[in-house]
Design a protein around this ligand. Sequence first.
Ligand code: AMP
Length: 303
Amino acid sequence: MGSILVVGSVAFDSVKTPFGKVDEILGGSATYFSVASSYFAPVRVVAVVGKDFGDKHVEVFRKHSIDIEGLERIEGRTFRWKGEYGYDLNEARTLDTQLNVFETFKPLIPESYRSSEYVFLGNIDPELQLSVLNQIKRPRIVACDTMNFWIKGKPEAVKKTIQHVDILVINDAETRMLADEPNLVRAASKIMAMGPKTLIVKRGEYGVLMFNGKSIFGAPAFPLEEVFDPTGAGDSFAGGFMGALAHAGDVNERIFRRCIIFGSVMASFNVEQFSLNRLTNLTRGEIDERFRQFKALTHFEEF
Ligand code: AMP
């Protein structure tokens, strides 16, 4: 089984949804990703936090045996993100982004991380994502996320980074924005011409579409009666996907499709409660059971 290296944000999030509100709770792309993937494979984190990051936050990573040698704690305040969702939980409105310790962060990859076989460049400054790739041996798979904040703010850096990426995992609005093309299928072709061989488009409650060369695979999101907080759904998806990929130890279309479902399983658990509350309290049995429910949900026969 291969091990996974993730670089991304570790954050304090303030989130408001129609069902409740939380202030300064643990979040961030690397946090959601690493907890989700830890159910499948060994994970190592590269990120930075400030002096306000306490032991109870570190404990979340420890509980899941996540390697945090690359989690730097420096003078200053931890990254903060404030967002809001309306009844349409598919779209977060960013109210505030405070980069804080990320403003001066230069990721230094520990020696023991450099031969990780699976690398996930979580949503952070694309220049930092690239500097991570420059410090490591050629991994088996590099996957990458980004967001409108960076596509708008640093479009050239985003394009440069994704030239070196095998799988890009972004949402539908980001796909359209990055390709400057409203049609998703055409946008996917344009993006695959920029570097990534595979594009996974997250579509919130409508599921995901995977474009892999000429093939397209679609999976629904798991139909849930209660969705409390979609924050981190994308990163939990990516964590489940990469975790299952590292666990499989091989790469082909069949495996990719199975990993898409494991990603969707982890995202579905994540949205059931605020912050990481559900994701940190799962059993492997619950994950496998939901995977089987997914199979039943999407199974059909020709005649
Ligand atoms: P998602 O999985 O797409 O819902 O991502 C949610 C996480 O992204 C939140 O926990 C935020 O802390 C984090 N986030 C939001 N904006 C940024 C940004 N500009 N850079 C890095 N992380 C961010």
